[in-house]
Design a binder for this molecule. Structure first.
Ligand SMILES: [Cu+2]
Length: 408
């Protein structure tokens, strides 16, 4: 039910939903002020409607946000975004067997950390500049909507669901004392095995990383910080392998670590098996397409064409897999590319195999200036139009997007 004075549309990010419930920025999916729309989120394994359900594709950390034409940037910024965690028998089993932290009595051990940047007017209201087309940056960080938050933790393992919910800012997360991250999920999906990430994790807009952090030997106060320097909506400068960083960084959350180490802690460690992966194999690929994102006449194009909601720029066939090459046309811009409906499997990044934590299922892949990702996607049981777009929300509102249709 839309009680706003502007139109809206709801996209469940990472979800495998029917086209008419995908929140697409096409005219017949907008919910106008005073009207309503029923959405259908079946929460069933991908492939179920084709009689070939694949529970290995079940998601863990979805989120949902506004996706209305022209207004996604301001509406998400003003609050239309939230997590949508899901679970299934497999994940419940990992929790029941004490592999993944979830909760211990009243103590929550599975905690969302939605990180955003905001700018405030003198009276405390949110400031947004609709003419900041490069990408809107804030100067105050908020986590789960709160500035300068703190959180009390015990000396044990916690699962944090990190979401970069910013419009245009990328983050390089690091703990002030260098506590290591153990990544257990990338974007929507649990990894096949827990992956040691060292002391830092880069997330582009809309990307998620579920991480396990062990406070057992931590000092009594630890900050989660952002160490990435970014002064322009274009991006942080530098390249993906060597972005500008600053240590110490800007604090995002203060963790107050209390008590002595807890017995019977969650058992997950590097290499622990989580969710099996069904790979998309090269011999399944029936078509190759490439999409170059570039700038022309002060606006965004894909393969030299402006977005047209009435035109499908790709028509993959239901039940087939394709190779898509996503290329950033350069010019100093960073673009996290989000593909709706299906996970994509990154095969090569700038001609090389991607790091292991990015090589299974992703719904958003961050491209720095000139970067190129080759991905495999399998199209299953949801016919109709979907979109691929940049998740810098000001770029998205400036139509950095193309429509594609799954056809019979
Ligand atoms: Cu972009």
């Amino acid at each position: 039910m839309n009680h706003l004075d502007v139109e809206t549309s709801v996209h469940q990010h990472g979800g495998h939903n029917p086209s008419n419930s995908d929140g697409l920025p096409i005219p017949d999916q907008l919910i106008f002020p005073g009207s309503f729309k029923d959405y259908c989120y079946p929460n069933e394994p991908a492939g179920a409607q084709d009689g070939d359900p694949d529970p290995n594709d079940n998601p863990s950390t979805l989120w949902y946000h506004d996706h209305a034409t022209d207004l996604t940037g301001p509406s998400v910024y003003h609050g239309l975004a939230a997590l949508y965690p899901t679970t299934d028998d497999l994940e419940d089993g990992l929790i029941a067997r004490g592999v993944l932290p979830s909760r211990d009595g009243d103590v929550l051990l599975d905690v969302p950390l939605v990180v955003q940047d905001r700018r405030f007017n003198a009276d405390g209201s949110l400031f947004y500049d609709p003419f900041e087309h490069d990408g809107f940056l804030g100067d105050v960080f908020v986590v789960n909507g709160k500035a300068q938050p703190f959180f009390r933790v015990q000396r044990r393992k916690y699962r944090f669901r990190l979401l970069n919910g910013s419009n245009a800012r990328m983050y390089m997360f690091r703990f002030s004392n260098g506590l290591p991250f153990l990544q257990v999920a990338a974007d929507s999906w649990l990894l096949p095995f827990a992956a040691a990430r060292g002391d830092r994790i880069l997330l582009g807009m809309a990307e998620r990383a579920d991480v396990v952090v062990d406070f057992r030997n931590a000092p009594s106060e630890v900050f989660l910080e952002n160490i990435l320097v970014q002064d322009s909506g274009r991006g942080p400068g530098g390249d993906l392998n060597n972005p500008d960083v600053r240590i110490p960084g800007t604090p995002l959350v203060k963790f107050i670590v209390e008590g002595s180490p807890v017995a019977n802690d969650a058992t997950v460690q590097a290499g622990t098996l989580l969710r099996p992966n069904t790979p998309i194999r090269a011999n399944e690929i029936v078509a190759s397409r490439s999409f170059e994102f570039n700038r022309s006449q002060g606006a965004w194009q894909v393969n030299g064409r402006f977005y047209d909601p009435e035109r499908a720029d790709a028509t993959p066939r239901r039940g087939t897999a394709e190779r898509w090459t996503l290329k950033n046309g350069g010019g100093g811009w960073w673009h996290p590319i989000h593909i709706h409906l299906e996970a994509h499997q990154v095969q090569r990044f700038n001609g090389r195999p991607p790091p292991v934590y990015n090589s299974f299922k992703k719904d958003t892949t961050l491209l720095g200036p000139g970067d190129e990702a080759e991905v495999f996607i399998r199209f299953r049981d949801r016919p109709g139009p979907f979109v691929t777009h940049c998740h810098n929300l000001e770029h998205e509102d400036d139509r950095m997007m193309f429509r594609w249709d799954v056809v019979a």
